[in-house]
Design a protein around this ligand. Structure first.
Ligand code: GDP
Ligand code: IMO
Ligand code: MG
Length: 428
């Protein structure tokens, strides 16, 4: 069973590392195909807690080859900081490969990210401020800097000159910031070139060869379906394709080689940053979920917005991504509620709507229609079989599964790596 994609099926932070861990030793390669250090993955292994941003969480699994593919935007300083920190904790990162075609995040991208947000005022997106949007904008605008450019100083200088020519006008004349010099950027990027060189490869070719040889490749999506630049709640999205199609364009592995698509959903919903979120709870239930689920961003530390499970969103994700299996995380967080509401449809201007509306303004004022399910009080963190779960918890999972467009094959019952109930083999 060679190529497997993992994607977030809501607004991110679903606990995508949980599914990666579940596949564990069956994986030969783990590929990050989109986004950059806007991602934040917290993985708990024994007593150790790891927070990763740019590196895929699969890097923590012994023996895998981690790959940062062409679809990623790389802040090189962050890359080396993360590698150094992991090495210091005894994680073997020596096999990491980086695509020669991946784009680079520079100082001017980070600066532009922050100043444009400030200028948007009330319409701000609430980005992570890591330079993600401006770097992808340069890529699409054909003025980006790629990893391979670092190995040809002449080319690099020309490209940085071209990019800064435009940027400095914006920074100085519109945003009232200082101009950035070509020398600072080129000097900074070149300072990493020799350290980077041994990691750089034709990752698209290598991944296809690995699949030819019968290896198992896991594509680990950053962000999530509702943050996808095409399929999410635009403009309140990130700037990459975080849906399963992005695994193909972002890696150079063709869509017809992908066998399984695993969608990760929380047993409820969270969102960081601005934008529509129909089931958001602004009352004490929302605060309860935030505290109980420890919903604070791994990357920015911001409190996450919280709300009930949204079945139309899950169904939409199942459709857009071709989800073959869902992994539901954080079911344990719901323990202690008397009743658990699930959004089954919306009401838009007095009319019942069963699917995520295509119109952004409809989605903005969609009012959830809830169905309530009985809660449970038993501690479920020790459950490993579906039958270990209290009847009400089983019923919640089965009811949500029936509405979500694909089977729920595993259920997270705690932050630890092995705190999971498996119902179906994710690769079968
Ligand atoms: P990602 O962005 O999808 O990688 O997820 P994050 O790491 O940002 O957020 C998920 C958080 O939930 C992490 O702190 C995980 O340790 C935690 N987590 C994952 N699965 C479970 C679970 O089943 N139960 C609980 N209580 N926590 C979980
Ligand atoms: P993981 O991989 C949750 C959100 C930001 C902001 C919007 C755009 O941990 O699930 P960006 O900096 O990407 O331009 O910000 O997207 N966002 C995330 N929210 N989890 C993430 O990643 C996110 N990455 C970006 O909060 O609203
Ligand atoms: Mg996260």
């Amino acid at each position: 069973m060679p190529a497997v994609v993992i994607i977030g099926a809501q607004w991110g932070d679903e606990g995508k590392g949980k599914a990666t861990d579940l596949l564990g030793s069956r994986i030969d390669y783990v590929v990050k195909f989109n986004g950059g250090n806007n991602a934040g993955h917290t993985v708990v292994i024994g007593d150790e807690k790891y927070a990763l941003h740019l590196l895929p969480s699969g890097i923590l699994t012994d023996g895998v080859v981690p790959v940062i593919a062409n679809g990623v935007v790389i802040d090189i300083e962050v890359l080396f900081d993360e590698l150094t920190a992991l090495t210091a904790r005894g994680v073997d990162v020596s096999r990491l490969l980086v695509s020669a075609n991946a784009h680079v995040i520079t100082q001017y991208h980070r600066t532009l990210d922050r100043v444009t947000e400030r200028f948007l005022g009330k319409r701000q997106i609430g980005t992570t401020g890591r330079g993600i949007g401006p770097s992808y904008a340069d890529k699409i605008n054909r003025v980006g800097i790629r990893i391979q450019d670092l190995f040809d100083e002449n080319i690099l200088r020309q490209k940085v000159e071209g990019a800064l020519h435009q940027k400095n006008q914006l920074l100085v004349k519109l945003y009232n910031r200082r101009a950035i010099t070509v020398d600072e950027i080129v000097g900074d990027l070149l300072s990493y070139a020799e350290r980077l060189r041994p990691l750089v490869a034709d990752t698209g070719l290598l991944l296809n060869q690995a699949l030819d040889a019968g290896k198992t490749v896991l594509f680990e999506g950053g962000q999530a379906t509702m943050l996808d630049v095409d399929h999410g709640t635009y403009p309140f999205v990130t700037s990459s394709n975080s849906t399963s199609g992005g695994a193909a364009t972002g890696s150079g592995v063709a869509p017809n080689r992908i066998d399984r698509v695993i969608g990760i959903v929380k047993a409820y919903t969270t969102r960081v940053g601005s934008g529509p979120f129909p089931t958001e709870l602004l009352d004490e239930s929302g605060e309860w979920l935030r505290t109980k689920g420890f919903e604070f961003g791994t990357t920015t530390g911001r409190p996450r917005r919280t709300g009930w499970y949204d079945a139309p969103v899950a169904r939409y994700s199942a459709r857009v991504n071709g989800v073959t299996d869902f992994v539901m995380t954080k079911l344990d967080v719901l323990t202690g509620l008397t009743e658990i509401p699930v959004c089954v449809a919306y009401e838009v201007d007095g009319v019942r709507v069963d699917e995520v509306p295509v119109s952004q303004s409809d989605f903005h004022h969609a009012v959830p229609i809830y169905e309530n399910f009985p809660g449970w009080t038993e501690d479920i963190s020790g459950a490993r079989e579906f039958s270990d779960l209290p009847k009400a918890a089983q019923q919640y999972v089965l009811a949500v599964e029936a509405m979500s467009g694909s089977r729920i094959s595993a259920i997270g019952v705690g932050p630890e790596r092995d705190a999971i109930v498996v119902r179906h083999d994710l690769l079968a």
